[in-house]
Design a protein around this ligand. Structure first.
Ligand code: F6P
Length: 341
């Protein structure tokens, strides 16, 4: 059996560990052959592949990024669609696809599976917003990077008696902000799931300052400030028609400075959170997902993805993952909010 692997959507530390897990077990246990589609669905639509021998995955579990490249190509656009993809797979002798990606990738994989293609999925997102899996790999690394950066912002903030605002990733959900904010002892954590008025944020900042602290605010890029309908976006849309986010911290800083009289600085962490080596937790999770994904192929579990349930790797239908986002529940926010101000 020849299997094609693709990584699609925003990259994320751990992608290479998944590829390695799939290929090592597939060759050693099942005697399979592997190719990689280059740059996500683009490689599938254009039939652009490379062979993946065992030597190509040597030592890559700790390597950031993806050896296959990625893109936000929609497989139903640019002359794509199930017929083109099926023809490419037949021509290249590829029997099945393992698609490693987030919501957009898995939604496309579901449509293609419904059209008769043989696909299994591996969930991926630093945002940790995919339902039907307890954690996605990449999230732990992003939290680790954000926490380290926020710890650094704190010391310079303290020296200058400033308010520091750190903006982290989190398009629809505030998991990175919640975890990195809690780990670094932030005085306010602003997330897409929760409204917080400027009056409330000002109160938290002043309360921290009055106790002699340099106020620290962590904001997720998808946070919607008072008086706005949608998250701050000034860089147009991506290929899936989603607004490119980023810049909310820069918007909040002058407003907060005017209200509090405290000099305020904003830092946008951006793609640094997605780069570099994965944590040990993410390497292990990604490897285990890869090992399970190749079993899914052998067991012909088309239209399902592997997922983490407690400490077990299980199989769930694409539908379960795509039904809704895994947002920060009220009790997790309330728990953290006790420490604000
Ligand atoms: O999907 C994860 C994510 O990191 C979001 O948090 C962020 O909005 C987006 O990707 C950034 O996408 P791009 O890499 O295309 O700028």
């Amino acid at each position: 059996m020849k299997i094609g692997i693709l990584t699609s959507g925003g990259d994320c530390p751990g992608l290479n560990a998944v590829i390695r897990g799939v290929v090592l077990k597939g060759i050693a246990v099942h005697g399979q052959e592997f190719v990689g589609f280059l740059d996500g669905w683009r490689g599938v639509v254009e039939g652009d592949v490379i062979n993946i021998p065992r030597t190509l995955v040597r030592g890559i579990a700790k390597q950031g990024g993806t050896i296959l490249g990625t893109s936000r190509t929609n497989p139903f656009e640019n002359n794509g669609g199930p017929d083109v993809i099926k023809a490419n797979m037949d021509r290249l002798g590829i029997d099945a696809i393992i698609a490693i990606g987030g919501e957009g990738t898995l939604a496309a994989a579901k449509r293609l599976t419904d059209a008769g293609l043989k696909i299994v999925g591996v969930p991926k997102t630093v945002d940790n917003d995919l339902d039907a899996t307890d954690y996605t790999f990449g999230f732990d690394t992003a939290v680790e990077i954000a926490t380290e950066a926020i710890d650094r912002l704190r010391t310079t903030g303290e020296s200058h008696h400033r308010t520091m605002i750190a903006e982290v990733m989190g398009r629809h959900v505030g998991w990175i902000a919640l975890h990195a904010g809690m780990a670094s002892g932030a005085h306010a954590i602003l997330i897409p799931e929760q409204k917080a008025s400027m009056e409330q944020i000002t109160e938290w900042v002043l309360s921290a300052r009055d106790r002699g602290r340099a106020p620290l605010v962590v904001v997720a890029e998808g946070f919607v400030p008072d008086g706005q309908e949608s998250p701050h976006s000034e860089r147009g849309l991506d290929t899936f028609g989603r607004p490119r986010l980023g810049g909310i911290a820069e918007l909040l800083a002058p407003e907060l400075e005017a209200r509090t009289g405290i000099e305020t600085r904003a830092t946008v962490l951006g793609h640094i959170q997605r780069g570099g080596v994965p944590t040990a937790f993410d390497r292990v999770l990604a490897t285990r997902l890869g090992l399970a994904a190749i079993d899914s192929v052998v067991e012909k579990r088309w239209g399902t993805m592997v997922s983490l349930n407690g400490t077990d790797i299980v199989h769930v239908g694409f539908d379960a993952a795509l039904g809704n986002l895994k947002s920060v529940p009220q009790n997790r926010y309330d728990e953290a909010a006790v420490l604000f101000g």
